[in-house]
Design a protein around this ligand. Structure first.
Ligand code: I3P
Length: 126
């Protein structure tokens, strides 16, 4: 019964909980709404799962599609202007989606920043 789709075979580089706020979609500003998200960095993209979902199981459920971000050509940068929170960085995609990610715990957010930046730097730029 170990049915694993090709998608599941991509190596998960990092996963864990962060606060997430999507602030633009296709260049259009959105109202900021922070929520806890289970974040999976794998295969040149980031997937966002709801807090309560078990990512692996959810992924195997037919038709379950997490929100995801294509990191090809994306930008990542720390920001102190887009939030009153500390430890916030922004990911901007080629398609004009903007996400803020945050953790109060310094080493956790630093690890994430470097993992995502490394992933972006290894990918083609477009
Ligand atoms: C927003 C909410 C966010 C806050 C944002 C507020 O209010 O309090 O948490 O962002 O500040 O506008 P609402 O829930 O009414 O939309 P931070 O926590 O990141 O500061 P902003 O408008 O300065 O982005």
């Amino acid at each position: 019964t170990d049915i694993i789709s090709p998608k599941e075979q991509t190596v998960v580089e990092k996963e864990g909980y962060l606060l997430k706020a999507k602030i633009a979609d296709g260049g259009k500003k959105l109202r900021k709404n922070w929520s806890t998200s289970w974040i999976v960095l794998a295969g040149g993209k980031i997937e966002f799962y709801k807090e309560s979902k078990q990512p692996a199981l959810a992924n195997l459920k037919a038709g379950y599609k997490p929100e995801w971000v294509d990191l090809c050509g994306a930008h990542i940068e720390w920001t102190t202007e887009k939030s009153s929170r500390k430890n916030v960085f922004q990911i901007t995609t080629i398609s004009g989606n903007e996400f803020l990610l945050q953790s109060d715990i310094d080493f956790i957010i630093l690890d994430w920043f470097h993992a995502i930046k490394n992933a972006i730097d290894r990918l083609p730029k477009e």
